[in-house]
Write a protein that binds this ligand. Structure first.
Ligand SMILES: [Zn+2]
Length: 527
């Protein structure tokens, strides 16, 4: 009651009451009625719950379904299965591999699913505080059929991948994601992806891509994503759009123009962005693609072999045309370790300082650590220009996505020092870029967090304050909303979020999580 409604469509606020029953918005206006429970939102903004267009909470939500770092920002729906990686579909062999790769987190999970539907049912059974809209990743599909082989699929293999994808789409996937810098997604060439995306288009799904390169190969990689959209007639979402590495700063002007031009030609290309100048990924992504062929064990053997190791070193120092050379482009002084299970003391420190302390060359330090941790090391890379990021945020077709999983300051999720975007993405946009800097208006920022991602992904009954929509709501104080998480102290909840409602149930009230799990594991077309 009495709140200022920012409806998600970009309209200026208006004052009204919202009536909720059976999980949905049933009335908006000056409501007198005798409702059982009344909530006063005087002085606060009432917006649709935020939709995290690019989340990696797939496994985290099984371990901690409270979704602490997300729900406390006002996020009520997460799009999972991004960057080519989803926990299903699996077969018995790929399940063993996935289990082995999942480290401490994976040990807390009962790996009792194979199919996509089975995974979604498991997540729903387990309960979840917010809604989840799943994409299916290219990695599980390709490894299911071809393992970690670096080659073109045979016709029969491509047919099999398409069959698997059909099944996932029928089971409710919202689309397909690729992570074209990661093995084995990186071995898929454009025509292979177009063939898969034709299946996705048949089911009105989307294609979400971590493109082939965000550094030196940025322009050609955006072009590839647009080509896939045109040829497969599929809506394209370019993930966490950025220009990585100083020598590529400024290229964003060109890529935003390319996206604009594609849109003028009827290709539905959009992008998402997080409000930080550092990215995050696994340290293993800094190793050339060819060295990943055959999987993690093979990569580790290559790093141990002195001759192969010096070849890899040379390639990172000099680059390989067309390859996304993360470490070489950013420089070891701009790479910070976020998670290392065997060396928690490395977390929050830069590679250059750690290597110096260990009296090692930075690349040898990296290789040794990857061997020791069986490649499970998380990093943050300081490699984005603030001005580029601001350009992407203020572009009309960008939406907000954290590129992070839901974390919590306690339990197994509290052990690493993750990128602060897990806790801060949405509130940082509202606090720093709307209130403090005026880069965009509040209604425009809310639109990028609500109706824009809802329409893109195909959530037709969410993302707007409208009668008949699901009652997902974020209620906040626009004068105090803001992020607290930092790179060295990331496990900090935000300020100014007063109440978060998911499917009509209050999940966050002031500083308190009610421990309710009203979230739904959504399926395409069955919202
Ligand atoms: Zn990514």
């Amino acid at each position: 009651m009495n709140g200022r409604i920012v409806d998600g469509a970009g309209n200026p606020w208006y004052r009204a009451d919202i009536g909720v029953a059976a999980g949905r918005i049933v009335s908006i206006g000056r409501l007198e009625g005798s409702s059982k429970k009344k909530m006063d939102a005087e002085g606060l903004v009432v917006a649709p719950g935020f939709i995290d267009m690019h989340s990696h909470s797939d496994m985290q939500l099984l371990v901690n379904p409270l979704a602490e770092s997300k729900i406390r920002q006002g996020v009520t729906t997460e799009v999972i299965g991004n960057c080519g990686s989803s926990p299903a579909p699996l077969n018995k062999y790929t399940r063993e591999e996935a289990k082995k790769e999942s480290g401490e987190l994976g040990k807390k999970i009962d790996w009792d699913w194979l199919g996509f539907d089975e995974f979604l049912r498991k997540m729903q059974r387990n309960g979840v505080a917010l809604n989840v809209a799943p994409l299916v990743g290219n990695v599980p599909i390709r490894t299911y059929v071809m393992g970690f082989e670096a080659r073109k699929p045979k016709a029969s293999e491509l047919a099999k991948m398409k069959m698997l994808l059909v099944r996932c789409m029928e089971e409710g996937a919202f689309g397909l994601s690729t992570g074209l810098i990661y093995s084995p997604s990186c071995y898929a060439k454009t025509p292979e992806i177009i063939e898969l995306c034709k299946v996705v288009a048949r089911y009105s799904g989307i294609y979400a891509s971590h493109i082939r390169g965000e550094g030196d190969p940025l322009i050609s990689s955006v072009r590839e994503a647009i080509t896939i959209g045109r040829e497969a007639k599929v809506p394209v979402e370019i993930a966490h759009h950025k220009a990585a590495g100083k020598r590529n700063w400024g290229k964003i002007k060109k890529t935003l123009a390319m996206i604009q031009e594609a849109r003028e030609h009827g290709i539905d290309v959009t992008c998402d962005v997080y409000p930080y100048t550092a990215g995050a990924t696994g340290l293993a992504a800094g190793i050339p693609s060819w060295a990943h062929e055959g999987g993690t064990d093979r990569m580790i053997e290559r790093l141990k072999d002195p001759k192969t190791r010096s070849r890899i070193k040379r390639e990172i120092e000099r680059g390989i045309p067309g390859w996304e050379n993360l470490i070489g482009t950013a420089g070891p002084e701009n790479v910070m370790i976020t998670s290392s299970e065997k060396h928690r003391n490395y977390q929050g420190k830069r590679i250059s300082e750690l290597a110096k302390a260990a009296r090692k060359n930075s690349l040898d330090f990296i290789f040794d650590l990857l061997v020791e941790e069986r490649s499970r090391v998380g990093i943050v890379l300081f490699m984005i220009d603030e001005n580029d990021m601001r350009k992407v945020i203020s572009s009309p077709f960008s939406m907000i996505g954290s590129d992070a999983g839901a974390q919590a300051p306690y339990g197994v999720l509290g052990k690493a020092k993750p990128h602060p975007r897990s806790y801060g993405t949405f509130v940082r946009v509202l606090g720093k870029y709307v209130r403090e800097e005026g880069l965009l208006t509040l209604p425009e920022a809310v639109r990028k967090m609500t109706s824009l991602p809802a329409r893109k992904v195909g959530l037709w009954n969410r993302g707007l304050v409208r009668v008949g929509n699901w009652a997902d709501l974020a209620i906040f104080d626009e004068d105090t909303v803001g992020d607290q998480a930092t790179y060295t102290d990331p496990h900090q909840y935000p300020t100014g979020i007063e109440c978060v409602i998911v499917n009509g149930k209050v999940v966050v009230e002031g500083k308190r999580h009610t421990k309710l799990l009203p979230g739904k594991v959504l399926r395409r077309g069955r919202d």
